[in-house]
Design a protein around this ligand. Structure first.
Ligand code: ADP
Ligand code: ADP
Length: 233
């Protein structure tokens, strides 16, 4: 099926006389179980696209569907937040872990926020998958950047969201940690059927995806299917 659909999505910032069309009519459809990279020059609208698709921001026009349900159709801020917590995971460039919570607490928080059982066994299992079974009681500051981003991936995956978004998820990492993070994202697609959409500047990172979409001036200007990531790795 279709995991993510955008129909003529627009986002205009600013007021009369000083308008920026950050997104100028973007339409796309991503099948479930695919890994997509979004590339484009700085200012082309990549972050805005991700934020609108993930329900972190509201488009000025057009429609966004996640797993067939329209994002924020009618609802207020609370409805949008609830929608996000149930269907979407997000991985940021700077990890955005809560510094006073342990690894385990960071990873169980999305379950709590989604009103679900705080299933520590499940959190432990997801943390084991990202190679952090022995770091459950550490604080984020006690971990390397690569380890922190793997915690963030576990946090994004623990609710089994339909779509996981990454905004430059490897942008702050060394080559080796970046590769580990990309392999985990790819594994979440291949083994667990997640759908991943990742903004990146790095062609090597993009090569892990099944397809690359190119943005320029708020429009999709091209796409390509990548050779299988296995051939690149
Ligand atoms: P990218 O992620 O590709 O660098 P962005 O989505 O951040 O691009 O930005 C696209 C355009 O929208 C740029 O011209 C940027 O300056 C503008 N923009 C982004 N966010 C805002 C904002 N909150 N207010 C005003 N303009 C914004
Ligand atoms: P990136 O290239 O990673 O998108 P930016 O520096 O473009 O980083 O944007 C960082 C943050 O600043 C984003 O939240 C974006 O929405 C906001 N932003 C970008 N451009 C503007 C702008 N012209 N006015 C206000 N906020 C902006």
């Amino acid at each position: 099926g279709e995991a993510l659909r955008l129909e003529d999505v627009r986002k205009v910032y600013g007021t009369a006389g000083n308008r920026v069309a950050a997104l100028d009519g973007v339409s796309l459809s991503l099948p479930t179980g695919t890994f997509t990279a979004v590339m484009g020059p700085s200012g082309s609208g990549k972050s805005t696209l991700l934020q609108c698709a993930a329900g972190l921001d509201r488009p000025t026009g057009g429609r966004v569907y996640v797993d067939g349900a329209e994002l924020a159709a009618g609802g207020g801020e609370a409805a949008l937040t609830k929608f996000r917590r149930q269907r979407i995971g997000f991985v940021f460039q700077q990890f955005n872990l809560l510094p006073t919570l342990t690894v385990m607490q960071n990873v169980t928080l999305p379950l709590k926020l989604a009103g679900r059982k705080v299933d520590r066994a499940r959190a432990r299992e997801v943390l084991a998958r990202v190679g952090l079974a022995d770091r459950l009681h550490h604080l984020p500051a006690e971990l390397s950047g690569g380890q922190q981003q793997r915690v963030a991936i576990a946090r994004a995956l623990v609710t089994e969201p339909k779509v996981v978004f990454g905004d430059e998820p490897t942008g702050a990492l060394d080559t080796r940690s970046a590769r580990e993070v990309l392999e985990l994202l790819r594994e979440s697609v291949r083994l667990y059927g997640r759908t991943v959409v990742m903004v990146t500047h790095d062609p090597v990172a993009a090569s892990y995806a099944d397809a690359v979409l190119f943005l320029a001036d708020g429009r999709l200007v091209g796409s390509l299917q990548t050779p299988t990531a296995e051939a690149v790795a």
